[in-house]
Each structure stands twice: as C-alpha cells, then as structure tokens.
Design a protein around this ligand. Structure first.
Ligand SMILES: Cc1cc2nc3c(=O)[nH]c(=O)nc-3n(C[C@H](O)[C@H](O)[C@H](O)COP(=O)(O)OP(=O)(O)OC[C@H]3O[C@@H](n4cnc5c(N)ncnc54)[C@H](O)[C@@H]3O)c2cc1C
Length: 487
C-alpha cells in the first residue's frame, strides 16, 4: 500500500515516566538499553568529537515498533534522535546534554525485504549496513555503487539521511540518485509508505526527497527501494602525479572525453596528505620514485571484456603527459596493486590524525572553480596564520574537497578550538564567493548549523523552517540538527 497511514496519535499529557515504561513495553527487553555503559557507544559520535546524554536507547525491530515509539514520544513531548551506524562526522546522531532525548537506533532492522532483478531494485530496511547492501547486490550479479570508507559500519538509513556521497558519485550520483522509494515514520508516528520502485512518477510532489538528506530532522527512514546497476566486468585504476589543481581539472576534461561514462572515480590528494598516509599506515608506499605536489587516483570501469578500457586509460594518461598535465603515472596491473593505490586514498583520515591538529571542511564548488578555491583559501589562511599546513583530499571530480588545514605544531588544542571559527570563516567565505556549499556530503549535523545560518539566504532558511514546522511542529525530531533547536 502507498500513502500516509494514520495511527492513534491523539494529544496526551502522559508523564515522562509513564511514557518511558510504555516505550520499553513497545520494543521489549531486546530493544532497550538503559545502563550508562550500554548506552555509551550510542551517546558518543565517531572519533569522540560529539557526546550527548540520553534517557534511553531504543532499538525497535520493525516499522510498526518505530511508529509506536515515535507516537509515544510525540504524545509525551520526548525529543528523538535517530541513529544508524553512528559514523556521521557532523554530530547529527548525538543528543544534547539535557538527558531528555531518547536515541532511536535502527540497527535491529536488518532485513532485505525484496530483490527485483528485472527491475534492478533492492528493498532493504534502514539498519542494513552499506557493505551488506553491496553484498546483496553482488549476490544477484548487480552493483550497488555507493562506496565509503565507513561502509562496514554505516547503515542505509544513515546514508539516506545524510545523502551520502563517496567515491563513485562522478558516475552514479549521490544516495539521492540511487533511491527510488522510501518508507519513513513521520514525527507524529504516522507511516509514510512510498516504497515504490518507479523510475518515472510525476504524480505530484516527490515527497521522498524531503527525507533524503534531512539528517533525521523530519522523520525516521525505516526502509528504501535502491537502484542496482550492471556489475562492471573490467576495472582499471591509475594514479598520476601532477603539479597543481589546475592540471587536475584539465585532466578531468581529458578523462571524460576519452573514457566517457566509464570514468567512475577521480580523487585528489595533496602531497602532505599522501606523505602522512605512508607514514601513518604500515605497508603503504608511494608508487612513484619522485615526489609530486598533488596526486590523482583515477578509475574507470566497463562491461566490455578485453583491453579496450585499458587502452583508453593509457591513451588518456599519454595525452596528459604530452600536454604537460601529468608528471608521472602508474596503472595497477593486478587487484593487489589496485588495493594498494586505493589504500593511500582510504588512509587519508589516519594520515590526518598523524599530521597533527586540523580544522575540517567538507566543501563543494563548481568543478571549474576548484583551482581558484585552493589558491584563494591557501593564500588567505597563510596570511592569517603563518605556518598552517595545507592538507586536502577529496572527490575532485564532483567539486568536493575535504580541505582540512593542519594548525601550527605549537598550537594547543585549546588554541585550535578557539581559532576554529576564524579558520572556518576564511575558508567558507571563499566557498561562498565561488557559489559553493559549506557541506558537500557530511551534512550539517550540529557542527555546521551556525555556519549554514550565516551563509544561507533568509528565503532559503524560511523555506527550511516552513518544512520543519509543517512536519515537526513541536521540534521533537532530532532538535538542534540542520536548524537551530526551537526554544
Ligand atoms: C572513515 C569515514 C569515511 C567516511 N567517508 C565518507 C564519504 O566518503 N562520503 C560521505 O558521504 N560520508 C562519509 N563518511 C560519513 C558517514 O559515514 C556518512 O555520513 C554515513 O552516511 C552516515 O551513516 P550512519 O549510518 O553511520 O549514520 P549516523 O552517523 O548514525 O547518522 C547520521 C545522521 O543521519 C541520521 N539518521 C541515521 N539513521 C537515520 C534514519 N534511519 N532515519 C532518519 N535519520 C537517520 C542521524 O540522526 C544523523 O543526523 C565517512 C565517515 C567515516 C568515519
């Protein structure tokens, strides 16, 4: 059935204690965590940057249980914080310090509900991990292309709620482009059932889009219909050493022209971030004899067996060498060599820890503006904070950089924290001047709410508030994330 189903969500003045007992009854003993040490892993975000308090952690096992939990919380005015794999990087899955909220973890909703090979779709519940979705697709000889370094832990509900990106967006798009249908529980407990596997549907507003990327502030996603793709038969991977970001963008144009739709990843790393990756992770090494200022990881994939794709990749790199865009290049000759090249890219988070204290940014600008962004942000930061170390990597083919300068070594953590706002302002002003976004793929969470308020227009903020107020008039669904908490 498709549509909005009503549940008994009549207003009530049920006291908090009564509501908590009712919540425990709904999920049963297997779905409740209330001891501080049991709740701790859910209260702390990835890397320990965010922590909150919670009255309970609830782990419903079905959509019906989620709906009953949400209706009960709504009646008792208990704030709710949805959580998936807890790998988010913006503090979106952590409650505030009041201890009033409940965390609603979707990790027990693990069913693959349907596989439709002829329609190329997979219907899964929100708690299935991304790696499990990839495996389920592989089991029917298909590809689910979303790929993140956190894929063993992050869950599909979290991927949807953050509109996750990753390394294959260039070819397949973000989570939004990979989703045909959604089931979500609204902030009053009603179930919005739009689990449709349709590629064309112009019957009114596309309401599922409202929930994708809403970071749990408009409802709880319980299931989704995902798009599957043919599994590539051939994958070719190369790494190129280049002189600057302008060369990267010109080479991207060349790669698009030579490899067409086959181009699936185009990732940029700056010299220091590659050096720190090699230093931080045993077994990693640079594939080049010399050092280059920047590195590109380029991947192409296709269906046609044979060496046509390899020839196209080689041809593109040779043309890049002739045009002076490429200083040196290697092409992986085996699966092991491919894994070693990707290992350098996937070690960037480790590399960053090894490099020192940093200030993280997840920005996007038009692809053509990437060189300008780097030049302007580097110059402005060096002028303001001499000794700051440039550190950047990211999905440059999508115009998305994790631009995370490392602060001077003599700064204490307190100094870094005190100056983070100034650094953000310098970087985000450049982003804004170039028509970019201060959050490309990690979401605003609680980390970037004030920054978003600073840069978004009054009209855009009004529209966001109109949506929030219409769906969640009491501000109970993940308060303080994306938008400021209502007083
Ligand atoms: C090493 C590492 C690498 C990463 N690389 C990338 C990358 O390349 N690209 C990228 O986009 N991200 C990346 N991330 C960030 C993170 O993995 C993604 O944001 C991911 O989509 C979060 O999924 P999760 O299940 O862990 O969500 P959580 O962290 O649990 O939650 C994230 C947000 O979604 C909400 N939420 C979770 N589940 C639901 C639900 N069912 N319904 C409604 N709201 C919900 C939460 O309230 C929160 O606001 C990386 C993280 C790490 C640690």
């Amino acid at each position: 059935m498709t549509g909005v189903r009503a549940t008994a969500a009549a207003a009530s003045t049920a006291p908090m204690e009564g509501a908590l007992s009712r919540l425990k009854e709904i999920v049963g003993p297997a779905g409740i965590l209330e001891e501080p040490e049991e709740m701790e892993p859910f209260r702390v975000g990835f890397g320990g940057a965010f922590r909150g308090e919670a009255a309970l952690v609830l782990r419903p096992a079905s959509t019906a249980q989620v709906a009953q939990v949400v209706a009960t919380c709504a009646q008792a005015r208990i704030p709710m914080v949805p959580q998936g794999g807890n790998t988010g990087l913006a503090g979106g899955a952590q409650p505030d310090d009041s201890g009033r909220a409940v965390i609603i973890a979707l990790d027990r909703m693990r069913r693959v509900r349907a596989v439709d090979g002829a329609n190329d779709t997979l219907t899964v519940e929100a708690g299935v991990t991304l790696a499990e979705v990839q495996q389920a697709a592989q089991a029917v000889d298909r590809l689910f292309p979303l790929s993140l370094a956190s894929e063993g832990s992050c869950r599909i509900g979290g991927n949807l709620a953050t509109n996750a990106g990753g390394t294959q967006v260039l070819r397949y798009g973000t989570m939004r482009a990979l989703t045909l249908g959604i089931e979500a529980v609204l902030p009053d407990g009603r179930v919005f059932d739009a689990l449709r596997g349709l590629r064309k549907d112009t019957a009114g507003y596309d309401m599922k889009q409202v929930f994708i990327g809403s970071e749990g502030t408009l409802g709880i996603i319980t299931a989704a219909v995902l798009r599957l793709f043919p599994r590539p038969r051939v994958v070719e991977t190369a790494m190129a050493g280049i002189a600057d970001a302008a060369a990267a963008i010109r080479l991207l144009g060349l790669a698009r022209a030579r490899l067409g739709e086959g181009l699936s990843a185009f990732e940029l790393m700056r010299a220091p971030s590659l050096d720190f990756a090699v230093a931080a992770v045993p077994g990693l090494s640079s594939p080049f004899a010399g050092r280059h200022a920047w590195y590109l990881l380029i991947e192409a994939s296709g269906q046609a067996e044979g060496d046509g794709l390899r020839q196209a990749l080689d041809g593109m790199l040779e043309a890049g060498l002739e045009e002076g865009l490429v200083e040196d290049a290697v092409v992986a000759a085996s699966g092991e060599q491919r894994r070693r090249l990707w290992g350098l890219r996937e070690a960037q988070a480790e590399a960053q820890k090894h490099a020192g204290r940093g200030v993280k940014h997840d920005i996007s600008v038009p692809v053509s503006a990437i060189p300008d962004f780097i030049a302007r942000a580097d110059t402005a930061l060096q002028r303001a904070f001499p000794g700051i170390l440039p550190f950047a990597f990211g999905h440059v083919g999508d115009g998305n950089l994790h631009y995370n300068p490392i602060v001077p070594r003599d700064w204490s953590e307190a100094t870094r924290a005190a100056r983070q706002g100034e650094i953000n302002r310098i970087v985000h002003d450049v982003v804004a001047a170039l028509g970019g976004s201060i959050s490309a793929e990690h979401g605003l969470g609680q980390l970037r709410v004030a920054e978003a308020e600073h840069y978004k227009s009054a009209v855009e903020l009004d529209l966001m508030w109109a949506l929030k107020s219409a769906l969640d008039p009491h501000g109970l669904m993940n308060p303080g994330k994306v938008l400021r908490a209502q007083p």
